[in-house]
Design a protein around this ligand. Structure first.
Ligand code: HEC
Length: 107
């Protein structure tokens, strides 16, 4: 290889570097999870505040166990409380809403 050829090769490699860097950086910005965040606060506002109040201050005993509260949200069993399992709320989502209600309650 002549020194001219080596210089050309080097130039070619140097030209590739920014491209490589772009590829690496781009792959880093791709989100690792596409799962949508469930917005417990928004769902609570939309579906629960009319009965439980903005701060979950009504008809909510935060000292009950999480499991008990979860069963009530999903299956109700309380007069006047809808069973949300049949309204598209999953167990995970119900847990998130209950955690949100508890945090509101402490304020
Ligand atoms: C139509 C009115 C109404 C709506 C809407 C409503 N609730 Fe209730 N909820 C009640 C009533 C009434 C009770 C029973 C309270 C009692 O027995 O002391 C209750 C009880 C509960 C309890 C158990 C509290 C306790 O102290 O035993 C939880 C947890 C709860 N609701 C969560 C929710 C969530 C989360 C939503 C929204 C996704 C919601 N509720 C929407 C009326 C409602």
């Amino acid at each position: 290889m002549t020194s001219k050829q080596i210089k050309l090769k080097l130039a070619a490699i140097l030209c590739m570097l920014p491209l490589l860097a772009l590829v690496v950086l781009n792959s880093r910005t791709v989100p690792t999870s596409t799962a949508q965040e469930f917005d417990a606060a928004a769902v609570f506002k939309a579906k629960c505040t009319m009965c439980h109040g903005q701060k979950a201050e009504r008809k909510f005993d935060a000292s009950k166990s999480d499991d008990e509260l979860l069963q009530i949200v999903l299956k109700s069993g309380k007069p006047g409380m809808p069973a949300f399992e049949t309204k598209g709320i999953t167990e995970e989502q119900a847990k998130a809403i209950i955690a949100h209600m508890k945090s509101l309650h402490q304020q």
